[in-house]
Design a protein around this ligand. Structure first.
Ligand SMILES: Cc1cc2nc3c(=O)[nH]c(=O)nc-3n(C[C@H](O)[C@H](O)[C@H](O)COP(=O)(O)OP(=O)(O)OC[C@H]3O[C@@H](n4cnc5c(N)ncnc54)[C@H](O)[C@@H]3O)c2cc1C
Length: 329
């Protein structure tokens, strides 16, 4: 008989690992499915300065290793497997992975989202060396310097204002002309705040063609979309906010998603399906910040809500019904 888990958690980033920790502390049997290395996006950053509890900065991989070890010590099982499909099976949920499946009474989707990458020449090589996808995380390293923000949506302009408090100057590259009413896709209040900020200069109708630097960013090549003219702009940092890509393709038609693919939940992190919860950067971004501490907190909420859901269910006794060897708190 296939083992039945109290909760199948998909994704072992901050949200999934925190969900695993809280699920175990609530006496549930969780299994975490992770398609890459456990740890999620923070595995890519050298220094996390804003996660509470670490007065000196902590390298992302070390922080995530600690979370993983904490979850495993408490008895959460982590399996390297990519979730490919989610289907209902009676009262249970079936999560398909290559060569098998995991059955859960509940599911927590903690699959994260990746920032859409800048395709300009040199951007990939210089990521982490002056090209950053997170001003809240990395802005501090550029205090007193001149930087460029690529993007003109809400997140880009909010982060440009944030950077303006630290940096000498913030350029904002917008790929539409100034008189295009859709050039800035941010809320009016955000747009006005950015436009009025004396440290922010908008560069209209340009694209970043190349990020230059030998080991670290020294500037960018901008192309004017009207004239085709190229010019070099010396900056120390290039921040990119051109959208995110949530890892939810396989969930289309299963749980309700926004048109961009983010998972819709209520305030208790319940998705449109009973017993399926979601946490972290895969959630609809309105009113939330893509930060590890927030993802971890949502993972905790989702696990506690899964426990509440299970305790309200009458699908048989928990004892001896497939609770794994690590059952119990
Ligand atoms: C370069 C960088 C630096 C950052 N620095 C900071 C910082 O200093 N401070 C801060 O607070 N935040 C920082 N962030 C943001 C922070 O990393 C994210 O907000 C946080 O990781 C979101 O956690 P999550 O668990 O929701 O998602 P993720 O961290 O994205 O984890 C999701 C996990 O799910 C896995 N997964 C996805 N789909 C599947 C599937 N189908 N099956 C199995 N596994 C799957 C992925 O492999 C991944 O491991 C940074 C982000 C980046 C990219």
């Amino acid at each position: 008989m296939e083992k039945i888990w109290d909760v199948v958690i998909v994704g072992a980033g901050p949200a999934g690992l925190a969900a695993g920790i809280y699920a175990r502390r609530a006496g549930l049997s969780p299994v975490l499915l992770e398609r890459g290395l456990p740890g999620g996006q923070l595995m890519e950053t050298d220094a996390v300065e804003n996660y509470p509890g670490f007065p000196e900065h902590i390298p992302g991989p070390e922080l995530m290793d600690r979370m993983r070890r904490q979850a495993e010590r408490l008895g959460a099982e982590i399996v390297m497997a990519e979730a490919r499909a989610l289907t209902r099976e009676g009262e249970l949920w079936r999560v398909e992975v290559p060569g098998g499946a995991y059955l859960g009474r509940t599911v927590i989707l903690a699959v994260g989202a990746r920032p859409r990458e800048l395709s300009a020449k040199g951007a990939k090589e210089l990521t982490g060396r002056g090209v950053s996808y997170c001003a809240t995380c990395d802005g501090y390293f550029f205090r007193g310097r001149e930087v460029l923000m690529v993007g003109a949506g809400d997140s880009a302009l909010i982060e440009a204002c944030f950077l303006a408090k630290l940096c000498a100057k913030v350029y904002v590259a917008v790929r539409h002309p100034k008189d295009d009413p859709n050039a800035i896709r941010a809320m009016a209040a955000v747009r006005e705040r950015a436009l009025r900020n004396p440290k922010i200069e908008f560069l209209w109708n340009v694209v970043v063609e190349e990020v230059k630097g030998d080991g670290k960013v020294s500037g960018v090549v901008l192309r004017d979309l009207a004239t085709g003219e190229r010019r070099e702009l010396p900056v120390s940092g290039v921040f990119v906010k051109i959208g995110n890509v949530p890892a939810t393709d396989w969930l289309r038609g299963v749980v309700e998603l926004t048109k961009e693919g983010y998972i819709r939940t209520d305030r208790w992190l319940r998705t449109s399906q009973p017993g399926v919860f979601a946490a972290g950067d895969c959630l609809e971004p309105v009113g939330r910040y893509a930060q590890a501490v927030i993802a971890a907190a949502e993972g905790a909420i989702a696990a506690l809500e899964a426990e509440r859901y299970l305790s309200e269910q009458t699908i048989g006794s928990r004892e001896g019904e497939g609770i794994g060897p690590k059952g119990g708190s």
